[in-house]
Design a binder for this molecule. Structure first.
Ligand code: RIB
Length: 296
């Protein structure tokens, strides 16, 4: 089986649960502190692997305790690691506050910033031989753009999760096979709200006019908006009691990519990915909450 290559971030997630966010200057007791495996890139790699794909991960960690934790997680999941172990930068950290199931995240990129365009060029062959390449925006943008160009030129399907949202060069849009933002990221890129069905339709039109082949907007408890040619469809989310939404989007992307490569049509793949994301939301943690194919 050919590998699915995920090029992106790896973080140690420092998570604390609370009933409300502290105000500036205020100290508030939290509960259920944990240090978890995370990073959008690594979460997506774990989703691919748990859901039946063969994941390869190109990213960076530091030579420290958290780096060792992330490398062990990859080894335990049989994910091949092709990245950097930096002596200069510490492993990326995400400070995650979970409030009533929802979360906010503050990032220290650390070693993720070592992912420069040169690192990507050195791995050209790995990219060219992938079944698909999945990117996010938690590593330097020039590395993402270089990876996308190499993958597209080699005919490798490009999946981009533009998270966290930042402006993309105009000439990159036509190289993207699947653009998968959430509604906030879609709105940040297009300038058009994406919370309503009409807003999703407009966003899909916007990105398609820029040259993106397929656009899927993840909508949290509302599910997913996507299209087949010009017809826009809305897949409802599976109802669940949210415990922690961290990595729901990452699960969706990994699940969707594996299903598309398995030859499912877009409707089946979206439905499956929505189910996978609902399970992730129903339990705590990032990578640890991602389900296996059997659970779905
Ligand atoms: O998408 C969730 C991830 O975003 C977390 O695991 C955290 O590391 C941040 O990168």
């Amino acid at each position: 089986m050919k590998h699915i290559l995920i090029i992106g971030s790896a973080n140690a997630d420092y998570v604390i649960h609370t009933d409300r966010l502290p105000r500036l200057g205020e100290t508030l007791p939290g509960r259920d502190f944990s240090v978890n495996i995370g990073g959008k890139g690594l979460n997506q790699a774990i989703a691919v692997q748990k859901l039946g794909g063969q994941a390869a991960f190109l990213g960076a960690v530091g030579h420290d305790m958290n780096g060792a934790l992330l490398l062990k997680a990859m080894a335990d999941q049989s994910i091949s690691f092709h990245g950097i172990c930096s002596d200069k930068e510490s492993t990326g950290i995400a400070l995650i506050t979970v409030v009533k199931g929802d979360n906010c995240i503050l990032l220290h990129p650390g070693a993720n910033s070592c992912m420069r365009a040169e690192v990507i060029q050195e791995k050209k062959e790995l990219i060219e031989n992938a079944a698909a390449a999945i990117f996010q925006l938690e590593i330097p943008p020039e590395a993402v753009m270089e990876g996308i160009r190499i993958a597209h030129t080699a005919g490798v399907p490009v999946y981009l999760n533009p998270a966290p949202a930042r402006d993309l060069p105009e000439n990159i849009y036509p190289l993207i096979d699947y653009l998968i933002p959430n509604e906030h990221e879609a709105a940040a890129l297009s300038g058009v709200e994406a919370e309503t069905e009409e807003g999703c339709r407009e966003n899909i039109r916007f990105f398609r006019e820029k040259g993106v082949k397929n656009v899927l907007i993840t909508r949290g408890e509302k599910g997913c908006a996507y299209h087949e040619e010009k017809a826009v469809h809305f897949c409802p989310a599976v109802k669940t009691t949210p415990v922690d939404t961290t990595s729901a989007g990452d699960t969706f992307i990994g699940a969707f990519c594996v299903q598309m490569l398995a030859g499912r049509n877009i409707h089946e793949a979206v439905k499956y990915a929505c189910r996978a994301a609902a399970i992730t939301v129903s339990r705590p943690g990032a990578a640890a909450s991602i389900p296996t194919a059997d659970e779905i």
